[in-house]
Each structure stands twice: as C-alpha cells, then as structure tokens.
Design a protein around this ligand. Structure first.
Ligand code: FE2
Ligand code: FE2
Length: 342
C-alpha cells in the first residue's frame, strides 16, 4: 500500500512535543508571587501543573474543554461499536474492537486529567447526562454501512489528530501528557480507516460505491468538527493567550483539508466538493465551508442520533451501576486491609 502523505509529519510533531515536555520538566521554576508566576510560566512555554496556582477562569476553561473531550471519546464509541458484531472478517472485528477500546481509554485519561483540576468525575458524568456539557457533534451522525467505519477512521480520527496534535503542547501539563499518548493511538486509528477504505476502493463496484457514499456523507460533518469560523468562535482568543490552543479553528480546518485532499487521491476516491482547488497564491486548497447552521442545530440536540446516543449512555450508566459499586466496595476493602497491615 502506498504511504499516505501528511501522517508522518504529524507523528513527528507528537515526538517533538514529547521532547519539549521532558525538557520543560527538567528546567527550574521562576520564583515570584502566584499571578506573576503563572504569567511567567506561560510566557516561558513551560507547563502549569496541578500544584500551581492558576487563574480561576483558566481552570474552568480547561475543565470545560477536557470534559467535553472526554465525553466525546466515550460517546464516540457508539457509532463504531454498532459494527463490532457485523465486521466482515475476524481481523476487521479485532481491529475495530481494539479501536473502540482505545477510545474508552482516551476517555479515562481525560477524566483523570480533569480531576487534577479539582473536577469531580461523577459530577462530569451527571453534566453530560443532563445536557449541560456537550460532546463532539460528529457522533450524532449514523453509521449506516460498513464503509462508515473506514470513513470515521480516516476522516473523523484524522480531523481529531489535526485538532489534538497542537494540544500536545498545551500549557497544562496533565492535558498535554494525555494528548501525547492519545495522538499516537489516533494516528493508528486514522491509518486503519484509510487502509479499510483503500481495500474497498479496490474491491467490487458495489464496495467502491459504498466507500464513496460514506465519504460523501462524512466529509462536511468532519470539516464542522473544527468548530465555528474564527469570527464566531468566542473562546479562541483567550485560549490562544493561555497557550491552551495554538491555532485557530480555520487554520486547523485548512490544515486538515490540505492533508486530506492528497490522501483522497491515493485512495482513488473523491471528496464531495466541486470547489476543491489548489490556490497557488495562498499555498492552500480552496474549499466549500460546511453548513454551520446545521452544526449549531446538531449541537443544540437536533442531530439524527442525539437522542439515541444519550439514551444508550444513560442505559449503560444505569445497568452498569452495580459493577462500579462492586469495584468501589472492593477498592475500599483493599484500602482497609492495607491500612491494617501498615
Ligand atoms: Fe480517541
Ligand atoms: Fe480514535
């Protein structure tokens, strides 16, 4: 299979962010009072750690962002989980199982990162179920054929990586560290999706049409994953100042388009946009924007699968309560036993 363009440079960026994290951990800390200290750490591109004083708004922004990210990982297991029992071969089933399990792991790292900011995990779960906290709207679209699993891996995980690679350099240490591991796994997810579509694109006429149809349906929702255009994005400026965010929504969306057009050529499938064209002057591809009114509609709860996703989540929490209660009781018992031995 030919090497897909773009993916290697993203992994290089993950490696570079990991190197910077290790370096930052080894540097000494500037001394000053709490507020000046925070500003100095941010200015010096060092990491804020849970023990450090931080502005309340910084803490709240991070909790909101990390919780939304964690919820997305957990809800994101549903559209693909839908195909585990119907994967076309044992190998595909094993790959899909591993992928969906990775997403559960991502959710757990992220809830743990939110806890380092003083958030309570039960409270975050409750806020998801009550609709006060959101998850990525992309997971409110249905997976109607097997090719959707490939399209999700290639486009949705692909867009997630473009969004998350810069977060490996985020100013909050626990989030940055979680993102390094997450990105390494997402890169694997993206490749398996690409590979699955590559096989379908070279299969029967029907398989090829199924792959093309999946791409046609997932392209614009994937573009919408980067959020509203910069002019309408209310959190961007402050988040960039705090070095939580490194690029704007539109910059990341463009990066994703540029990378994906080349990969579509390797696949031999087309992206559903007649205006996709290389712009020599800008050094980027021109493209049609996704429908942001539809995005807002889906965020508000009116996507094709919002109700189903939340109902499944609620059901999972209710039917799984006895497991978490048993695990908590077991952990408490272990603690008591260890205390008695000490
Ligand atoms: Fe993930
Ligand atoms: Fe993923």
């Amino acid at each position: 299979m030919p090497e897909e363009p773009g993916a290697q440079s993203l992994l290089d960026q993950v490696a570079e962010a990991e190197r910077q994290l290790i370096e930052a951990a080894g540097r000494g800390r500037p001394d000053a009072d709490a507020e000046a200290y925070f500003d100095a750490v941010i200015a010096a591109d060092q990491k804020i750690e849970p023990r450090d004083a931080m502005p309340e708004a910084y803490r709240k922004t991070l909790i909101r962002q990390i919780a939304q990210h964690a919820h997305s990982e957990i809800i994101g297991m549903q559209p693909e989980g839908n195909w585990i029992t119907r994967a076309p071969s044992l190998a595909r089933k094993a790959i899909l199982l591993a992928k969906v399990q990775d997403e559960a792991g991502h959710g757990l790292y992220l809830y743990a990162a939110a806890e380092t900011l003083g958030a309570d995990r039960e409270d975050l779960y409750a806020q998801l179920l009550s609709g006060r906290q959101k998850y990525s709207s992309i997971f409110n679209y249905p997976t109607v054929t097997w090719a959707d699993v490939g399209a999700i891996g290639w486009l949705v995980d692909g867009a997630a990586i473009v969004n998350q690679v810069p977060l490996c350099r985020c100013s909050y240490g626990p989030y940055a560290r979680a993102m390094i591991r997450v990105c390494k796994e997402e890169s694997f997810h993206q490749r398996q999706g690409f590979q699955s579509l590559y096989v379908l694109a070279r299969g029967t006429e029907k398989q090829r049409a199924m792959a093309q149809d999946a791409i046609d349906r997932w392209w614009y929702p994937s573009l919408a994953m980067f959020g509203p255009p910069d002019a309408d994005s209310k959190h961007t400026a402050q988040s960039m100042e705090w070095k939580i965010k490194r690029y704007s929504n539109d910059e990341l969306r463009q990066k994703f388009v540029d990378m994906t057009v080349q990969q579509a050529e390797v696949l031999g499938l087309t992206l559903p946009d007649e205006n996709l064209q290389w712009n020599e002057e800008r050094g980027h591809y021109d493209y049609t924007q996704p429908d942001y009114d539809e995005l807002m509609q889906v965020i508000k709860g009116d996507g094709p699968c919002n109700r189903q996703r939340m109902a499944n989540r609620r059901e999972a929490v209710e039917s799984g309560t006895w497991v978490s209660e048993a695990a908590a009781a077991y952990a408490a018992k272990q603690d008591t036993r260890q205390e008695a031995m000490a």
